[in-house]
Design a protein around this ligand. Structure first.
Ligand code: ADP
Ligand code: MG
Length: 351
């Protein structure tokens, strides 16, 4: 009977899949695809955890505030290091996103599938469930991010064959070997896109006495960052504040230099891939030799990273289609199965 009620509720509500990323949150609706993509950033009043009122306190409009807010406002990234660093703020953000996309039919609340980093603790899992429930979910299902990424990337994750997925996000890189719908080996490290930005900031400070913000560093990475030599190297302009004079200044920096600046974090990511492979059972390792490694997450888009990993690990490397949306599309695929399962249960229940 309970599942019949669930089934009925399902008729009056749409279900949501959420990729609660450290850099970006994506929401998809079953049958519609991705309906929201926003940076995981919230503008709050300093000292309190109160989210600013108005439509510009969450997402893209809050991200542009990073490093630019007046004294009483701070733009925060509640998931920065891959775990929920700030529960209250994370919950407000989640509520805002859910409410923005959920077309509530007759007051029925949505079921929600949330992809979570594989490294998080039971307490953190509970916190995500509570947050999503308080943010308006009727039921919350959690799925490990690497699995969602594997589904979204179109890997044969349910087959008894090993697939390797490397999801390079903002705060964390997750390296996982998947087989038969489970994670066989997995490593989650806190080195990903943010660390590349930080490496660029440090480089500018040390070598040019130039202080730059994290958004500027990210822009340099997107425009001029690479992990392997380019056919044509070039220069970009960097603006910041001079450490000595304290005054604003700009300078030019070349692509070789940006690559050199990011060398260490990129090396750490490649090492994580290597050690995960070393821990993989021989049969599965054999499958990976055949199938290669799939890259997902925004970091997969770093120019030349696929080539670089291929050179160092000596295995074929593929970038998933639309790597930034893999996890979200994976949660969407799972929603379809939840409905299917529920429908079957409901039918059986009626027998
Ligand atoms: P998360 O899942 O942690 O929210 P995402 O998968 O959304 O992270 O990826 C965000 C990261 O990807 C950021 O660090 C961003 O700078 C980086 N990124 C996005 N596009 C590119 C690109 N073209 N080249 C290099 N890095 C990129
Ligand atoms: Mg992610």
């Amino acid at each position: 009977m309970a599942s019949a009620v669930e089934w009925l509720l399902g008729r009056f509500s749409v279900d949501l899949g959420i990729d609660l990323g450290t850099a970006n949150t994506l929401v998809c609706i079953e049958g519609e695809g991705i309906v929201l993509t926003e940076p995981s950033v919230v503008a709050v009043q300093k000292g309190t955890n109160r989210v600013l009122l108005g439509g510009n306190a969450v997402g893209e409009s809050a991200k542009v505030m990073l490093g630019k807010t007046p004294g009483n406002i701070v733009a925060v990234r509640p998931l920065k290091d891959g775990v929920i660093a700030d529960f209250e703020v994370a919950e407000s953000m989640l509520r805002y996103f859910i409410q923005r996309v959920h077309k509530r039919k007759w007051g029925v609340r949505p079921r929600v599938v949330v992809a979570i980093p594989s490294g998080i603790t039971a307490v953190e899992k509970r916190a995500v469930i509570n947050s999503a429930e308080r943010a308006g979910a009727r039921r919350v299902f959690l799925i490990d991010e690497p699995l969602a990424a594997g589904i979204g990337a179109g890997l044969p994750i349910t087959d008894p064959t090993g697939s390797m997925i490397v999801d390079i996000g903002g705060g964390t890189t997750e390296v996982a070997v998947l087989s038969m719908a489970g994670i066989v080996t997995c490593q989650s490290i806190r080195v990903a896109g943010d660390e590349l930005d930080e490496a660029i900031m440090n480089h500018m400070r040390k070598n040019y006495n130039l202080l730059i913000g994290e958004l500027t560093a990210e822009r340099i990475k997107l425009a001029a960052g690479s992990a392997a030599p380019l056919e044509e190297e070039f220069q970009v302009e960097v603006k910041g504040r001079d450490l000595v004079s304290g005054l604003p200044r700009k300078t030019l920096i070349g692509t070789e230099e940006v690559r050199e600046a990011m060398k260490e974090p990129i090396g750490i990511i490649i090492d994580a891939i290597r050690t995960t492979l070393e821990q993989t059972q021989p049969e599965l390792a054999g499958d990976i030799v055949e199938r290669g490694i799939t890259l997902a997450g925004g970091g997969a888009l770093l120019t030349g990273l696929d080539r670089r990993i291929q050179d160092e690990i000596q295995l074929p490397v593929t970038i998933a289609d639309d790597p930034l949306t893999c996890v979200a599309r994976g949660t969407g695929a799972i929603l379809a199965h939840i409905s299917l399962l529920r429908a079957i249960l409901a039918v059986n229940d009626e027998d």
